[in-house]
Design a protein around this ligand. Structure first.
Ligand SMILES: Cc1cc2nc3c(=O)[nH]c(=O)nc-3n(C[C@H](O)[C@H](O)[C@H](O)COP(=O)(O)OP(=O)(O)OC[C@H]3O[C@@H](n4cnc5c(N)ncnc54)[C@H](O)[C@@H]3O)c2cc1C
Length: 377
């Protein structure tokens, strides 16, 4: 067993680190204040090929794969989890087309998504409850060559940025008659709804997507009719969950850096608090959570890259890295004392951002349900 990264991966990490510190870090305060996504940063990321990391070269991507994607998102989210989440959801929307689409659909949509000419998302959740993908009420009725889609999706990452929405809709009377469609935002009847005001991940656009008699050609059906949950959950499992977990890794990195820096600088009783054993133990806990999370996340990505079935391992990575990010952010705030609650320090941002990762791509309870299937099988 070899745990070392390839030289290609190390170079990628260094270049992402440098990019994050040079291009993203100066934007973070403004994002916190305005809750707006800096589109100039997204354009730079597109130029570097970051949107197409898991899209094959013959479809315009860089084809670097899932482990490269994790390293990329980890380093971006270390500086801004909001941009990390937006980026990972672009990959997820494209991933649903790559995994569930036919050759024609892949050739039509993926080159523009790979180069960042257009942005994507995957819209499953509805007000009736995100944990149960069969509870959706959005409908799609086939008349002639067109499906008419009507419904409302909520809590959708990139709701107001994406050009291409992969959406689930009910296509029959049976409880499992759900299909997934590609919907271009220029289709009449599509419109963005409410943009959420969130406690964290400020700058990433999470909101509603509304479809009112939105007519899409039947060629936009992804996979077969009635297979929509499989297509959508395939995208969430292979892209949304690892991507969210990698954002957790980014926050864990940020916490470890902030906690150690503060502990070395803060003088109490005539010496840095880093010399107090209780502080050291808290830093040690953050370090251990980061290392454990990274092993789980990278293993899941390696399994995806080697085409292994990895549902339980992906769920474990998502569960652990996001819960660990919340724990680490709380400890980082504690180490900072009152300073941790002040906007000048990143600790409070990590705490607000980390909590939002818990629900995204399925809550911790849902990850536990997926994980336990493996030992019980
Ligand atoms: C930042 C962010 C980004 C998101 N982006 C997207 C996106 O791009 N696309 C998208 O489709 N959705 C997105 N979501 C929505 C997300 O997928 C849902 O929030 C999530 O699936 C949970 O759904 P819910 O919020 O409706 O909670 P509910 O499903 O109503 O769950 C409520 C509670 O019940 C628990 N629960 C549910 N079922 C069980 C069970 N069987 N056993 C035990 N407990 C259970 C849950 O764990 C939770 O604690 C995003 C959410 C966030 C916060």
């Amino acid at each position: 067993m070899d745990f070392s990264l390839t030289q290609e991966h190390e170079v990628l990490r260094q270049s992402m680190k440098e990019f994050g510190e040079r291009v993203i870090a100066p934007k973070v305060r403004e994002m916190e204040e305005t809750s707006e996504m800096p589109m100039d940063v997204m354009a730079e990321m597109a130029k570097l090929g970051m949107m197409g990391v898991t899209i094959p070269r013959d479809l315009g991507g860089t084809g670097l794969g899932h482990l490269a994607r994790m390293i990329m998102i980890e380093e971006i989210a270390r500086i801004s989890a909001a941009i990390g989440m937006s980026l990972q959801m672009l990959h997820t929307g494209a991933g649903a087309i790559l995994g569930g689409g036919n050759d024609e659909q892949r050739k039509k949509y993926l080159p523009d998504l790979a180069t960042g000419l257009r942005f994507a998302t995957l819209a499953v959740t509805e007000p009736a409850g995100g944990s149960d993908p069969f509870a959706i009420q959005t409908t799609a009725k086939l008349e002639g060559d067109l499906y008419t889609i009507s419904g409302r999706k909520c809590f959708i990452e990139n709701s107001h940025l994406a050009d291409i929405h992969t959406v689930t809709a009910r296509t029959g009377e049976g409880p499992r008659d759900i299909s997934t469609f590609i919907v271009d935002k220029d289709t009449p009847g599509w419109r963005p709804g409410r943009l959420e005001h969130k406690m964290g991940l400020r700058g990433s656009q999470v909101g509603e997507v509304i479809l009112e008699n939105c007519k899409v050609p039947k060629e936009n059906l992804l996979g077969a009719e009635g297979q929509g949950v499989r297509v959508a959950l395939g995208g969430i499992s292979a892209y949304g969950r690892p991507g969210t977990a990698a954002c957790g890794l980014g926050i864990l990195n940020g916490c470890l850096e902030a906690a150690t820096r503060f502990a070395k600088e803060r003088i109490l009783y005539g010496k840095p608090i880093a010399e107090l054993q209780a502080i050291q133990w808290n830093i040690c806990d953050i370090y251990l959570d980061l290392e454990t999370s990274r092993l789980l996340v990278y293993r899941a990505a390696w399994m995806l890259d080697t085409a292994q079935r990895a549902d339980a391992e992906i769920a474990a990575a998502k569960f652990y890295a996001t819960e660990a990010a919340v724990r680490a952010a709380k400890k980082t705030m504690d180490i900072h004392g009152a300073y941790g609650c002040m906007n000048e320090y990143a600790a409070q941002r990590y705490y607000r951002d980390a909590q939002l990762l818990i629900s995204a791509a399925g809550t911790s309870e849902i990850q536990r349900m997926i994980m336990v299937r493996k030992p019980l099988s």
